[in-house]
Design a protein around this ligand. Structure first.
Ligand SMILES: Cc1cc2nc3c(=O)[nH]c(=O)nc-3n(C[C@H](O)[C@H](O)[C@H](O)COP(=O)(O)OP(=O)(O)OC[C@H]3O[C@@H](n4cnc5c(N)ncnc54)[C@H](O)[C@@H]3O)c2cc1C
Length: 258
């Protein structure tokens, strides 16, 4: 299937633009509001404007199939992630998990300092499946790289919804939500990702962590520091972890107004 290309700069897919009529409407409203006559259009930067330096590192033959030359890695299995961490650890390379790339605080940017010999960005886009649904307990086991729309599409036939809608829902991932402890502004009651997470499996450079599954009880559970996955949630910035599969509550039936 043809994969739509995300815009290099700005929100959305290539080809999705604001029409001249919409721009004119905005300009006229903002002119009135700000008391200015006109706005100067600033051209978008283009990919061609950027000169990337030559890659400083080369993937070993065993990882070449899942790495691009500029060191984006696209693991397909948990073992791939372990191997990537192993390579990064042995050669002092920074490993940055990448979900949807919507971080607004530089979470997926390469570090600017020279502590590392290079950077490997680990894109989890192939970890995009709902693995199991338990309709009775209204929960699901879901891989971390799934983006919001695909998650809802996969849950829909089961009659469940994650009911977690942050503003960046369209292009952000479950793993990113957990790592940044995201809050869904377009929902009421169960608005924080912690309200949904029952258990996590985490691959780290020094071994896997899998927390035992505990039911969650919505916002009331928020202060429950005994959950081991609380250490992982909100860990963005430490960057040395990836969450290939999670057990997250998906349990609010459609139409429930609680
Ligand atoms: C227009 C816009 C609206 C937004 N609205 C909201 C909002 O309503 N609520 C809100 O909370 N935030 C919002 N954000 C911020 C952002 O969308 C969230 O932080 C989101 O959770 C990031 O998810 P992502 O998949 O894009 O993560 P990324 O940007 O890919 O990564 C964010 C951080 O998480 C780490 N990470 C990502 N995936 C994994 C993984 N599988 N394992 C371990 N670490 C991982 C990355 O290394 C990085 O440090 C918004 C951003 C934009 C641009």
């Amino acid at each position: 299937m043809h994969e739509r290309r995300r815009k290099f700069y700005g929100w959305g897919y290539e080809g999705d633009t604001v029409s001249p009529a919409e721009t004119a409407e905005f300009e006229s409203a903002w002119s009135r509001l700000l008391g200015v006559d006109h706005f100067e259009a600033v051209p978008f930067p283009k990919e061609d404007d950027i000169d990337l330096r030559a890659p400083r590192i080369q993937a070993p033959a065993s990882l070449a199939a899942i790495c691009t030359t500029d060191k984006f890695a696209y693991p397909r299995t948990e073992e791939d992630i372990v191997d990537l961490y192993d390579w990064c650890g042995r050669h002092n390379l920074a490993a940055i998990p990448y979900g949807g790339g919507t971080s607004v605080v530089g979470g997926v940017n390469p570090p600017e300092y020279d502590r590392y010999r290079g950077v490997v960005t680990i894109d989890l886009k192939h970890f995009d499946k709902v693995l199991e649904v338990d309709a009775k307990s209204q929960s699901a086991r879901i891989q971390a790289g799934v983006l919001g729309p695909s998650l809802e599409k996969q849950l829909k036939p089961t009659g469940l919804t994650m009911r977690f809608f942050l503003q960046a829902w369209e292009f952000s991932s479950l793993g990113g939500w957990i790592a940044t402890r995201a809050a869904g502004h377009f929902a009421t009651a169960y608005t924080q990702i912690d309200d949904h997470v029952q258990s996590l499996k985490v691959v780290t450079p020094s071994g896997n962590i899998e927390s035992r599954r505990f039911p969650v009880s919505g916002p009331k559970n928020n202060g429950n520091v005994r959950h081991p996955h609380r250490k992982v949630s909100s860990s963005a910035g430490y960057s040395l972890l990836a969450i290939p599969a999670t057990l997250a509550a998906a349990g609010v039936p459609k139409g429930d107004s609680k």
